[in-house]
Design a protein around this ligand. Structure first.
Ligand code: AMP
Length: 278
């Protein structure tokens, strides 16, 4: 497995792969890898000949009060997991090699980012779009795999690729869960035993909303209230609970197949997200 920490060296390797006719699959991550990340690597392997994983805790997508400094990191373990998963190359840049001190060009999606996480984390998706655009230019992937876990992120990246003509296919892979249903996340490591139990409330809420919809309830307002009630019963502090159109991410009134229920909630100090396509 190759490991690159300088963008140009990563690009040279990718250009060689492409010259030799290999399709490059790409999985961007912030590291502290778990089975959810590795399921994206498996998907990328199906779609391409060689897989590149990037590990970069991107400072520009964290707000000033957020957990950039404490975000969990374990590069050695990540390397071992990537090697075992058959990753061909890891791109692990130092922040100084990614951003010039006077960087002044950013990618700003202007519609889909307004609600949900974008409303709660100003500047987050500008940071995400900018770093993903840079990573696409550095890694030159044919296909990039993202997780449904970050539903709004995947929708915004798709939009960026469409609107800026990036020559890359975007694949969105399902959310991997712990056996009890909690969506895997690098941030789950923050949870103490009590919070770990509360955290089950996110998936449980999505179960209940699905059951209500299947039982004939289609008012988004009613379903949203139900979502809030169950989250609160679990001791979670709601950041948002919404039902939206999967493409436009606009809130809906009457819920139908293909709409998406999304939750962000604080479990103690840890902000967790989850979603389900209904
Ligand atoms: P992150 O390291 O949190 O930036 O995530 C990197 C990629 O992994 C993103 O595309 C996420 O959506 C995806 N991801 C995170 N958690 C999961 C999960 N539980 N199952 C599948 N994909 C995930």
């Amino acid at each position: 497995m190759k490991v690159f920490d300088i963008p140009n060296e990563m690009t040279t390797w990718s250009q060689e792969q492409r010259r030799e006719g290999r399709r490059i699959g790409f999985v961007p991550t912030m590291g502290y890898l778990h089975a959810g990340h590795l399921s994206l690597v498996d998907e990328a392997k199906k779609q391409a000949d060689v897989v590149v994983v990037s590990i970069f805790v991107n400072p520009t997508q964290f707000g000033p009060q957020e957990d950039f400094a404490t975000y969990p990191r374990d590069e050695q373990r990540d390397m071992t997991l990537c090697q075992e998963a058959g990753v061909a190359a890891v791109f692990l840049p130092a922040p100084a090699t990614m951003y010039a001190s006077d960087a002044s060009v950013f990618v700003d999606e202007t519609t889909l980012q307004h609600g949900l996480c974008g409303a709660k984390r100003p500047g987050h998706f500008r940071g995400v779009c900018t770093v993903v655009a840079k990573l696409f230019n550095i890694v030159l992937p044919d296909v990039a795999v993202f997780g449904q876990k970050d539903f709004q992120q995947a929708a915004i990246i798709r939009r960026m690729v469409r609107d800026l003509n990036f020559p890359v296919s975007i694949v969105v892979a399902p959310t991997l869960r712990e056996p009890d249903g909690l969506a895997m996340s690098s941030r789950n490591v923050y949870l103490n035993a009590e919070e770990r139990k509360q955290a089950l409330g996110l998936n449980r809420t999505l179960d209940v909303v699905t059951a209500s919809l299947n039982a004939g309830e289609s008012s988004a307002e009613t379903l949203r209230h139900q979502m809030c009630e169950i989250l609160e019963q679990h001791g979670l502090r709601i950041d948002y609970a919404e039902i939206v159109d999967a493409d436009t991410l606009a809130p809906v009134k009457d819920v139908a197949q293909g709409h998406v229920a999304l939750i962000a909630a604080y479990c103690g100090k840890t902000r967790l997200i989850d979603n389900r396509v209904l």
